[in-house]
Design a protein around this ligand. Structure first.
Ligand code: NAP
Ligand code: ZN
Length: 372
């Protein structure tokens, strides 16, 4: 059995974990920058808790709240210049995947005010990124326990980088922060977590441990997606379960990365404004069918472990997608599909899939789902 598992993140979860564990923050310096979106950190109560915790241990802080969904390089650069001016010694990201990924980029960019975009994405930096602390407010990306940062580049394309030094050193997970999340983002972020688990499980780079994380995540998510499909309100206990599942998904992809649903999903966010989870979830039923054909034994053992059938799992995904349709209402012409295909030549995530996942497969699947 071959394994290579590393998790430099101290993960602290539970109700009021930020205030209760304020002393842990003192390890990272005397000054920090808080990186957030426009409203989630305030609405969820996480910003209030974090600033109280920082005050409690005598750490000076400043706030950059200009991170947008699918964060841009330009916003991260702007935040990093504030971090440098302020003399921040560490970065605290508060929010969903967007502010958390942005915090990782700020931690890199703040080590050198002159660093350009190309260098940021290269993952080769002269200086070690500032320490990163994360507080999650969505139950989806698992960015709290991954080294990955997905940033929209200057050409409008989602592109990621990762390094051992961009794992958060400390992450807080208090499900009470996710109580204020809208119904549509609750669903789309849960689908994202499900994609992480399934894409990681059916990944050539998976190992025994990552598959355990993935299976546990899917088990919890199946229970919860049955609820989110019909219920408007979720209890704190439900939110805790969803949060926990998102962490399992994050742990799984921290080993393997993702597969074709994420690779094919990015353009749906960039060009059609689909929430990240929906953009990837649109392909999940196809991904499951693909693996049933290309990795049959693995597929059988997956469904034996997760306790639902292939049909039930696919139905749960569709029930939670916008308009209950895998196309999510997107329509593409043949020319639009052809224009996308160069993205899938030599794509690292596609190479990790069983069988042959390439531009030809992209053409087949995109045409099936979206051809007008
Ligand atoms: P998000 O883009 O961080 O947030 C979506 C929306 O929900 C925003 O409007 C946000 O408001 C709002 N929101 C967040 N938490 C809230 C709360 N508790 N109450 C009320 N509103 C709240 O969503 P996400 O799905 O978590 O993150 C998606 C991003 O993560 C994408 O860029 C994706 O590529 C990336 N991603 C990263 C990884 C990784 O491993 N690093 C994995 C998968 C995906 P604000 O605008 O005010 O924040
Ligand atoms: Zn994702």
């Amino acid at each position: 059995m071959e394994m290579n598992f590393v998790l430099p993140t101290r993960l602290v979860t539970g109700r009021d974990c930020v205030i209760k564990n304020a002393s842990l923050l003192a390890e990272y310096g005397k000054k920090c920058i808080i990186v957030t979106g426009k409203s989630s950190a305030k609405k969820s109560g996480a910003l209030d808790d974090m600033t109280k915790a920082l005050d409690l241990v005598g750490i000076e802080w400043c706030v950059f709240d200009g991170i947008e969904q699918n964060p841009s390089y330009a916003s991260c650069k702007k935040a990093s210049l504030l971090a440098i001016d302020f003399g921040a010694q560490f970065v605290v990201g508060i929010g969903g995947g967007s502010p958390l990924d942005a915090a990782k980029a700020v931690a890199v960019l703040a080590t050198d005010g002159k660093m350009d975009e190309k260098t940021m994405y290269s993952s080769v930096w002269e200086r070690k990124p500032l320490p990163i602390v994360c507080v999650g407010t969505t139950a989806g990306t698992g960015s709290e326990v991954t080294p990955v940062s997905v940033i929209t580049n200057s050409s409008g394309m989602k592109k990621s980088f990762r390094a051992i030094t961009t794992f958060p050193l400390l992450s807080f997970g208090d499900a009470k922060y996710t109580m204020s999340l809208s119904r549509s983002f609750t669903r789309s972020t849960a689908i994202d977590a499900l994609c992480h688990c399934v894409e990681s499980y059916f990944n050539r780079t998976a190992n025994e441990l990552s598959r355990c994380f993935a299976v546990r995540g899917v088990q919890i998510l199946c229970e919860m997606l049955a609820k989110t499909a019909t219920d408007d309100t979720l209890s704190y206990e439900d939110r805790e379960k969803l949060y926990c599942a998102s962490i399992y998904g994050g742990l799984a992809i921290s080993v393997t990365g993702t597969a074709f649903p994420h690779a094919f999903g990015y353009f749906l966010t960039e060009n059609h404004d689909l929430a990240h989870g929906n953009a990837c979830g649109a392909y999940l039923p196809e991904f499951i069918e693909y693996n049933a054909a290309n990795a049959k034994e693995l597929c059988d053992s997956f469904f034996a472990s997760v306790g639902v059938s292939k049909k039930e799992l696919c139905a749960l995904v569709v029930e939670n997608l916008p308009e209950k349709q895998v196309s999510c209402g997107v329509r593409l012409s043949k020319e639009q599909i052809d224009e996308l295909l160069p993205r899938y030549e030599n794509n690292a995530s596609l190479k990790k899939c069983y069988g042959t996942a390439d531009a030809a497969l992209a053409k087949k699947i995109l045409s099936k789902l979206f051809l007008a």
